[in-house]
Design a protein around this ligand. Structure first.
Ligand code: CA
Length: 413
């Protein structure tokens, strides 16, 4: 949940979501309040949410017409933007060096200043402080990002009239349970424009499941308490399966004669098996001995054109926070900078990307017709597409590169 990107997306969405005709806002506002009373209240009443909590939650709440993706009653849902003409973005720009460097400098100060607290949290949940601080930095700029919205206003508006009403109705009801539990008050329950709460940016349903009180005041305060924020992030990752004592992954070099088509979470091998193929850490250090018998997976987000990794299952746990390989790599890289003073990935991101998704889609269709599993046929080169490309290349006597390029588009037809 990247607040800066979200801001950009929300601005873009604002441009496209303005209904083509005038909506009678006063009438819609009336419908909204009737809907709260007739649709939401009966549900939460059955779930033992007190009436006083319900009333306090919606006191003074009105629809927020400035939110993106709104579909007021009586208006047509926004047309889906056509994706096929879009380019998929190349991974390089995601790792803006200045941004990462700045984030790391500030993160290191927080890491050192909170070392004792982070150590206690690691011993309770098994998640290292460097990972917690990196996620906190990425999500809300170490708690400095504005989280300006009243959560109930956002959740209620989106549950009443947005493109994802059903999901938000569940989150609205979860929000009422948070208030009923007494962790915070309506005035303090702040969210992003998308309803993500507090410094860890939890949706309300995640808050109910994963937020914890770590400073002992019996309130899970992810808005104001650092201890609660850090421990809640750690508990989230722990519940998602974080393996204590293991790192997230390592940048490596893969020898030319070793195929990149061995990528993917479903092709895990003990790390010593990867090392036996000649795959070594790019830093020149050996893999830590306690990792050698544990499982690792090859990850090549830009095929042979960019940095190469052996990641651990913890990499995929970070993806539970935000389902993107690049997000998880960003967190891992930032965490390493914070704790070890390291820098950018050593290999450079090649100048790849710049292809139309429709062209990648064509390649995927040919590969599927030839019996390959490319995952979702969506014009995006995920790991199954990348490794199918590598297998196709090997079969056709071409050195596998495992990434779509213009040249390959001419070859795979
Ligand atoms: Ca607390």
């Amino acid at each position: 949940m990247r607040w800066k990107e979200k801001l950009v997306i929300s601005l873009l969405a604002l441009l496209v979501s303005v209904p083509a005709f005038a909506v009678d806002r006063a009438a819609v506002e009336k419908q909204f309040h009737a809907w709260l009373e007739n649709t939401i209240w009966p549900q939460v009443e059955k779930q033992q949410v007190p009436r006083a909590v319900f009333d306090a939650a919606f006191k003074g709440v009105t629809l927020n017409w400035k939110l993106p993706d709104l579909v007021p009653p009586g208006s047509a849902p926004p047309k889906e933007r056509k994706q096929s003409q879009a380019e998929f973005s190349s991974p390089g720009p995601y790792f803006n060096e200045k941004r990462l460097n700045d984030l790391a400098a500030i993160g290191r100060r927080h890491y050192n200043a909170n070392k004792a607290l982070l150590d206690r949290i690691e011993s309770a949940y098994g998640v290292p402080g460097r990972i917690i601080i990196a996620i906190w930095g990425r999500e809300t700029g170490y708690g400095t990002a504005a989280i300006p919205y009243d959560a109930m206003e956002v959740l209620a508006t989106k549950a009443f009239m947005s493109t994802r009403k059903d999901m938000f109705e569940g989150e609205l009801i979860a929000g009422l349970h948070i208030l009923a539990g007494g962790d915070t008050t309506p005035g303090n329950m702040k969210s992003s424009w998308a309803g993500a709460l507090g410094q860890p940016q939890f949706m309300p349903s995640s808050f109910l499941r994963y937020a914890v009180d770590f400073d002992g005041d019996r309130k899970r305060d992810i808005w104001n308490s650092k201890a609660d924020t850090f421990a809640s992030i750690a508990n989230y990752l722990a519940q998602k399966g974080w393996q204590r004592g293991r790192d997230w992954g390592y940048e490596v070099t893969i020898p030319n004669n070793v195929s990149c088509a061995q990528e993917g979470p479903d092709l895990a091998e003990p790390i010593k098996n990867w090392a036996a193929q000649g795959i070594n850490r790019i830093s020149g250090k050996p893999f830590p001995s306690h990792e050698l018998s544990a499982s690792g997976m090859m990850l090549v987000p830009a095929g042979r054109f960019g940095p190469e990794f052996i990641v651990t299952p913890n990499f995929y746990v970070i993806k539970e926070y935000n389902n993107s390989d690049l997000y998880a790599l960003f967190i891992g890289n930032l965490a390493d900078r914070i704790a070890y003073g390291s820098g950018a990935f050593q290999a450079s991101w090649g100048n790849v990307g710049h292809m139309l998704r429709s062209d990648v889609l064509k390649m995927q269709q040919v590969l599927v017709a030839q019996g390959h599993d490319v995952g979702k046929v969506d014009g995006l080169p995920g790991y199954k597409t990348r490794r199918s490309i590598g297998r196709w290349q090997a079969k056709n006597g071409i050195q596998p590169t495992c990434f779509p390029t213009e040249k390959l588009l001419q070859q795979i037809r």
